[in-house]
Ligand binder design. Structure first.
Ligand SMILES: C[S@@+](CC[C@H](N)C(=O)[O-])C[C@H]1O[C@@H](n2cnc3c(N)ncnc32)[C@H](O)[C@@H]1O
Length: 239
């Protein structure tokens, strides 16, 4: 970054610096069903990236607590949750276009009016579009673990990121993470335990049993049959 103290300063000077991202954009092909779902449901459920704060009440057409999910994959568990908790508003963010299409196909089939989706980098969306104190819960399920040491900087859970999440939660709001990679679970706990303004909701230790509202994914059930573990962490914003 040389003479510039941070990304913002460099950008303000018109200098392009490549950012460390938590994902690699894969240009996977859309199935016919995903393409059709994007065409049919994007106009009502899709949200374009913009450089201004969202008005959540206007976005959902009602005032209700908002749950935001980062990296929903194909959207299976997000759609299930939105269907189970119609009293909540859900906003899902995913960079992988086929996943957005798959999520919209499911959501459209189930006639959900409490779900909105974005196809963008969640970090940028947080910075530019989510007002402070707007979220009742942030969900981060099975984020890319970035196994190799030299890739650890790509892990989305970092001190700066969790501080940004804290600001977007209401006081008392929860940050719920789950992973099947124990070293990442330990990393999440280390970062969160050191972060100011959060308390761990676990009775003992760092982890909690999977809450009923988080459906298990097919992949997770398969892993459990093979004896693999899953770690859930839920931290609450205290200040
Ligand atoms: C390992 S997958 C897990 C997907 C899903 N949560 C599940 O449990 O099946 C991680 C997902 O996060 C997405 N992702 C990673 N970084 C992201 C970011 N900054 N913004 C939005 N999505 C992101 C990836 O595209 C990928 O689909």
């Amino acid at each position: 970054m040389g003479q510039y103290k941070n990304q913002q300063e460099a950008e303000a000077a018109g200098v392009y610096i490549s950012k460390v991202r938590s994902f690699v954009k894969r240009e996977g092909r859309l199935t016919n069903g995903q393409a059709k779902a994007l065409e049919t449901y994007w106009p009502t459920m899709g949200v374009e990236f913009q450089e201004s704060m969202l008005d959540m009440t206007a976005l959902f057409g009602r005032d209700a607590p908002v749950v935001l999910e980062i990296g929903f994959g194909m959207g299976k568990s997000l759609v299930e949750m939105a269907a189970q908790s119609r009293e909540l508003n859900f906003l899902g963010i995913e960079v992988h276009r086929p996943g957005v299409g798959a999520c919209l196909a499911d959501a459209g089939e189930r006639n959900l009016s409490n779900l909105r989706v974005m196809e963008y980098d969640a970090v940028e969306v947080f910075k530019k579009m989510i007002p402070d104190g707007a979220l009742t819960r942030v969900q981060l399920y099975f984020p890319d673990p970035w196994h190799k040491k030299r890739h650890h900087k790509r892990r989305i859970v970092q001190p700066e990121f969790v501080e940004m999440v804290r600001q977007k939660l209401t006081i008392g709001g929860k940050f719920h993470m789950a992973t099947d990679w124990e070293p990442y679970a330990e990393h999440m706990a280390d970062v969160m335990n050191a972060a100011p303004g959060y308390t761990n909701t676990a009775d003992t230790g760092n982890y909690v049993p999977r809450p009923d509202y988080r459906p298990t994914t097919k992949f997770e059930v398969r892993g459990q049959k093979l004896g693999h573990g899953v770690w859930d962490l839920i931290y609450q914003r205290t200040e």
